[in-house]
Design a protein around this ligand. Sequence first.
Ligand code: BGC
Length: 258
Amino acid sequence: MRAETHILGIDVGGTGIKGAPVDVSEGRLLTERYKVLTPQPPTPEAVAETLTEVVRYFEWDGPLGVGFPAVVKNGLALSAANIDNSWIGKNVESLFARATGLPVKAINDADAAGIAEIHFGEGNEKEGSVILITIGSGLGSALFTDGHLVRNTEFGHVILDGQVAEHYASNRTREQEGLSWPAWGKRFNKYLHHLNRILSPDMIILGGGASKAFHQFSDYLDVPVVVRPAKHLNGAGTIGAACHAYWSMHRQEQHRSL
Ligand code: BGC
């Protein structure tokens, strides 16, 4: 039988939709993640269909926590940088709940990764400001002050030398422009210096697909802040999405029983 603290975490990304059951009390994946390529174009209907494949693969019949690559407020997608524009204004939670027949809670994908790291990873117990940056198809961000999340920060969209930062320093840009790790590392370093100038964080954690290649570019980072790869690497988003779903569903139950 499924334990109450087991939630299926799903990370919707620009290239892959990855999911695994998560134990939210320990903040860990219970199995390897199962990945399906993100459909192109990533329209609401196509993404919902692919996400349902992940649910079916695990024969899952409990709640889902979804990390979604957009500003997400009260379940609504309010931006669309690496997904189809038709997502804007759509209710991500009701759409996935209808497609799967399961209860769903959604949060921005980088905020989800941040939640996993602040509670169960590199940022654990860390006071002051911690920023997590996910390096993937875009650059996602999560900001914590004394452990509290400021949601939907979108620091991947700050302007750096006249262009959107994620167009200059994401992992997709590295691949598309065929940049070596040192060449890309220097760009990313410039981005981190910019973030440091405007936010003065106490720690920077790096997640997303490129976090597992940290050793390839860490020598090119000289920002005067502790920079670490996420303990859960690219799995952080899946873990955090499940934790967020569990905590918000249980908060709702507590409110109902008052
Ligand atoms: C989106 C963010 C997202 C990030 C990583 C950006 O393009 O605007 O909402 O967190 O990509 O997926």
